[in-house]
Design a protein around this ligand. Structure first.
Ligand code: ZN
Ligand code: ZN
Length: 543
């Protein structure tokens, strides 16, 4: 075994012992030994126990470990430590700037079990108030994880978009042509992107400068002639399923002027890039039945947001004023409910105090309106987080699962359905709890959950946070088929979070969502009437 590998194994043992709060003296001596071994160029192989013991900084205990590693390739102690530590927690030890003690604290106090979950915790400001952390540490942890994720070569669409669009503009400028476009996954706005492709209709080549290269990103510049630009854009944008579905008929035009002309030549409606996934869009386009897809300007209000009453950064007033400033007609406030103690969830007395503040603000801010909402935890048995009289005091309720995420499909599905059947539930929040690139989310039977929403008049959330985008867009078709409306909710924990609705709209368009079926495309009077109707029937169950 190489000395380096021995040093690594010993260091990991020390880190894990510290993580599990074992003897600090032993931890220290292991760390010192690992440090020395890492620096030495002396080969350890073939050395006897007594020879090893005599080396500087290597006592008897360490010498025994080296021999064990040489003989078996592993350490019993290390294996035991690894066994009782979740894989993601071990990965967290690799994040720059936080040692094992802090990792233990994040794991034990916040329940964070992977770098991805930790990144999300940063975005929700969970580290700001945590003892020994603070805003500065939170920011550096966030940067370190983002860097690690990027180096794995997959990116959230949101983290690439502005970089990609800037690069397109730069190429246009340098090559003096307007024929430059994103294509492939990026143009289809896939929620995760493995490859950034840019099509250039020019015979001149563009050289990327060093500062334009993003670490870890697979970037490809594709070239074609000016005349073939539209045809090539069409060929490189659609997924294989879309292009195969169009079959041999695709492009029977010579040097088509535009993609619109290509689809028109096949007697089809134009298919928006986001839809070119081979999921039924071709048939609809042939029948001229594709709907007009939702756009950000169709959204009239912002539901599901957090203020500093729970774990958000801004005050209720700041959240409301910024919402109004952006031109929206209403804001739905949904701070966390009482069981979410880690997020400063609202006990009943604070619910009532917040509602009073909302009423005061509504007087001043009319006709703008703040709706009294809550993001109620769905408890383990599927019930909501307050008694019925408190539940009845809200205008609307987003019901979400935040705790005990380790469930099998049957448990998760029945837990959700019980919440959906609660007459006070208005919207089902982030139905799978996934965090893209970091947490799978619990498995659910999507069809059953959506059927239950349809049967109970519950709206489905498309959580617009670019790490969630949950419900997945591929299930929006089924929601629409069943008449379940989709609410595009930013789950904003600060004012700027509202802008994430754009990424929700991108994903919703992939799912073929139209304005009619988007819940928060309802204007204020319609939304108020909808809530009223829903709540009066909740108060009289069975009617
Ligand atoms: Zn939530
Ligand atoms: Zn939330």
């Amino acid at each position: 075994m190489e000395t380096e590998a021995i040093a690594r194994a010993i260091k990991l043992t020390a880190q894990l012992m510290e993580l599990h709060q074992e003897n600090p003296f032993k931890v220290k001596s292991l760390i010192n030994a690992a440090f020395r071994l890492d620096k030495t160029d002396v080969s350890l192989s073939g050395k006897s126990l007594s020879e090893l013991e005599k080396m500087e900084g290597i006592g008897k205990g360490i010498a025994q470990k080296i021999v064990e590693l040489e003989e078996t390739g592993t350490l019993k102690e290390l294996d035991q430590l690894l066994e009782k530590t979740p894989k993601g927690v071990i990965e967290m030890l690799g994040i720059k700037g936080i040692g094992p003690k802090k990792v233990a604290q994040l794991w034990k106090e916040l329940g964070v079990e992977s770098p991805g979950e930790l990144l999300y915790a940063c975005k929700e400001n969970r580290l700001v108030e945590l003892k020994g952390f603070g805003a500065k540490t939170q920011e550096s942890v966030k940067k370190a994880i983002e860097f690690n994720q990027a180096s794995k070569g997959r990116f959230h669409y949101a983290s690439l978009e502005s970089y990609a669009l800037n690069l397109v503009e730069e190429i246009k400028k340098k090559l003096h042509t307007s024929l430059v476009s994103l294509t492939g996954e990026m143009r289809r706005k896939d929620i995760l992107v493995d490859k950034l492709e840019i099509l250039i209709g020019s015979d001149k080549l563009y050289t990327l400068s060093e500062s334009e290269v993003m670490p870890g990103l697979n970037l490809e510049l594709l070239y074609c002639s000016k005349e073939e630009f539209a045809a090539e854009l069409f060929r490189t944008t659609g997924s294989a399923a879309h292009l195969d579905g169009l079959g041999a008929k695709a492009i029977n035009l010579k040097s088509p002027e535009s993609e619109e002309a290509i689809y028109a030549s096949m007697n089809m409606q134009y298919v928006e890039p986001e839809l070119r996934e081979g999921r039924g869009e071709i048939e609809l386009a042939r029948e001229h039945k594709l709907p007009r897809l939702i756009e950000t300007k169709d959204l009239k209000g912002i539901l599901h947001n957090h203020s500093n009453w729970s774990d958000g950064i801004h005050t209720l007033k700041e959240m409301a004023e910024y919402c109004r400033e952006l031109g929206y007609e209403y804001l739905g406030m949904c701070d966390h409910s009482q069981s979410a103690f880690y997020a400063n969830g609202l006990k009943p007395d604070r619910v009532l105090a917040q509602q009073k503040e909302i009423e005061e603000l509504n007087k001043i801010m009319a006709p703008f309106r703040i709706f009294k909402g809550i993001e109620s935890d769905i408890l383990f048995d599927g019930s909501l987080d307050y008694s019925n009289d408190i539940l009845a005091s809200f205008d609307f309720i987003v019901a979400s699962i935040h705790s005990v995420l380790k469930m099998d499909e049957q448990k998760a599905t029945s837990r959700l359905i019980k919440a959906i059947e609660n007459p006070y539930t208005t919207i089902l929040g982030h139905p799978t709890g996934r965090l893209l690139l970091s947490r799978e989310g619990y498995p659910i039977n999507h069809a059953k959950v959506i059927d239950a929403c349809a049967a109970n008049g519950v709206v489905m959330e498309l959580n617009a946070h670019p790490y969630r985008l949950d419900i997945d867009w591929t299930w929006i078709y089924y929601c629409l088929e069943k008449g379940v409306k989709i609410s595009i909710n930013p789950d904003a924990h600060e004012k700027q979070g509202y802008h994430d609705m754009y990424f929700g709209v991108c994903a919703a368009r992939k799912g073929m969502l139209s304005k009619d079926m988007c819940f928060n495309a309802l204007g204020l009077p319609e939304m108020a009437a909808w809530f009223n109707k829903r709540n009066s029937s909740a108060a009289k169950p069975g009617s």
